[in-house]
Design a protein around this ligand. Structure first.
Ligand code: EPU
Length: 434
């Protein structure tokens, strides 16, 4: 168990490179279950969630070689016998549910533990299950497990959405299942997130027929088999966005390299509205921060809207804006667990339903705080970098799930952040989201 000790007030300067996208690599790893051939994934970040997904695949008979230093995963799933993904592995990470579609499509049977609760709110999988049923699968939920089987999946026309809009992993699951179905599947209201696009490109390289990639309507024509692939995942837009906000919140001047600025347009637009100067290059962003921020309103939405995964980080920045800002959370109405911890650092935030009203204060002050989810912990680190005095962020295993060596990389930009052993027990481990 580790914690971060941060001495705030250092201006970040220099360059930082972004790694491969966590939320791309996890479903792409599950796609390896769709073929007997080897799947090679490059630009794999060194994250706890990747290690967890490796274990899930191994429990399903996969042989996995993980060259962590080079960031390369080689996965071969030619033993089609195991179909059970157990609770002990599934409970640590939401993305493990992505094995359901590939198992059903290739092995015709799946017994997959429900992924469990999560501190960012209730995260149902009804849309995943409905999508599979519409492809012809029979599904039962028994003793915490989804038990699914099908003699052969069949293409259909379906609408895949909830009151919050599209579903990212639901789209990934149904698309993967449809690649080996008989006939054509049309998915209306498909998620348009860059990570879904990346997965679809991988499936195409494996021989899948998918039209409309990147749009809200995907048309998948089933094929009898898929083959191996060698693919480098896209840059992590949330990691890039977190570094952008880190530069801004410390009044810094940082170039974020090896990223895809087009995937971050909503963040760039909102930060410019707050007074941050951002220069956009083909694969980089340069952030030059003002002395004070203007208050802004932001609403999280499915892509290309403002990502919920950057809501907490932006809120940390708005705690010191010159006036009142509003943050409306439309994807996960309860994703405000960071608010109470930001209060401990002197922030003034009032929550009304799924909206946070933030009254900017001149400065945050360092305090001991506790991380309880991945993006919320990133926000606490950012707040600590900007605050006066010392901040300790406990339970940083949450942050290690999604950011590779963030402390080292921030240090290279001039931050005073140290990783130390902690005496707090890993209570919330099982309830991790992602
Ligand atoms: N929803 C349902 N039923 C479903 C599925 C989703 O009602 O069957 C609702 C959810 O409750 C939510 C909305 O639909 O209100 C969108 O959820 P979505 O399914 O898109 O989320 P997800 O696919 O489970 C991924 C990311 C999350 C990210 C969301 C939204 C991965 C591994 N996770 O989750 O990332 O917040 O999309 O963009 O890709 C993170 O990385 O920290 C993280 C939480």
């Amino acid at each position: 168990m580790d914690r971060f000790v941060i001495t705030g007030g250092q201006r970040l300067t220099g360059e930082v490179a972004v790694g491969g996208a966590k939320n791309s690599v996890l479903p792409i790893m599950a796609a390896a279950l769709l073929t007997d051939d080897e799947v090679v994934i490059r630009r794999v970040p060194r994250l706890r969630d990747v290690a967890s997904q490796v274990k899930v695949l191994q429990s399903l008979g996969a042989r996995v070689l993980h060259d962590e230093k080079q960031g390369i995963l080689r996965i071969r799933c030619d033993d089609a016998t195991p179909v059970t993904a157990p609770y002990e592995l599934m409970k640590t990470m939401r993305a493990s549910i992505c094995v359901l579609g590939p198992l059903l499509a290739k092995r015709k049977r799946a017994r997959v533990s429900m992924p469990g609760g999560c501190v960012i709110g209730v995260r149902p999988i009804d849309l995943h299950l409905r999508g599979m049923e519409q492809l012809g699968a029979t599904i039962e939920v028994k003793a915490g497990y989804v038990e699914a089987h099908a003699t052969q999946l069949r293409g259909t026309i379906q609408f895949l959405g909830s009151s919050a809009g599209s579903t990212v992993l639901g789209t990934a699951n149904v698309v993967m299942a449809a690649t080996l179905a008989d006939g054509e599947t049309i998915l209306e209201n498909a998620a348009q997130e860059p990570e879904v696009v990346d997965l679809c490109r991988v499936l195409q390289k494996m021989g899948a027929q998918i039209d409309g990639i990147g749009s809200h309507c995907l048309r998948i024509t089933g094929v009898p088999r898929l083959h191996g692939v060698d693919h480098a995942v896209i840059p992590d837009r949330i990691e890039a966005g977190t570094f952008v906000v880190a530069a801004a919140i410390t009044g810094g001047d940082v170039t974020v390299r090896d990223c895809e600025p087009r995937d971050l347009l909503a963040l760039i637009e909102r930060l410019r509205a707050a007074g941050v100067e951002i220069t956009v290059g083909p694969t980089w962003l340069r952030v030059a921060a003002p002395r004070r921020f203007r208050p802004i309103d932001v609403t999280t939405l499915p892509h290309p809207g403002f990502p919920t995964d950057l809501q907490a980080q932006l809120m940390a920045l708005l705690t010191t804006a010159d006036g009142i800002s509003m943050v409306h959370e439309r994807i996960y109405p309860d994703r405000f667990i960071h608010v109470a911890e930001l209060h401990r650092m002197g922030a003034r935030i009032r929550k009304e339903g799924a909206t946070a009203i933030i009254e900017g204060v001149p400065k945050l002050s360092g305090a001991p705080v506790m991380a309880s989810d991945l993006r919320g912990s990133a926000a606490l680190v950012l707040a600590g970098l900007a605050a006066e005095g010392e901040t300790t962020v406990d339970r940083v295993y949450h942050i290690d799930r999604g950011y590779e060596r963030i402390d080292e990389r921030l240090r290279r930009l001039g931050a005073r952040i140290e990783r130390r052993k902690s005496d707090v027990a890993p209570l919330a481990m099982a309830a991790a989201g992602g």
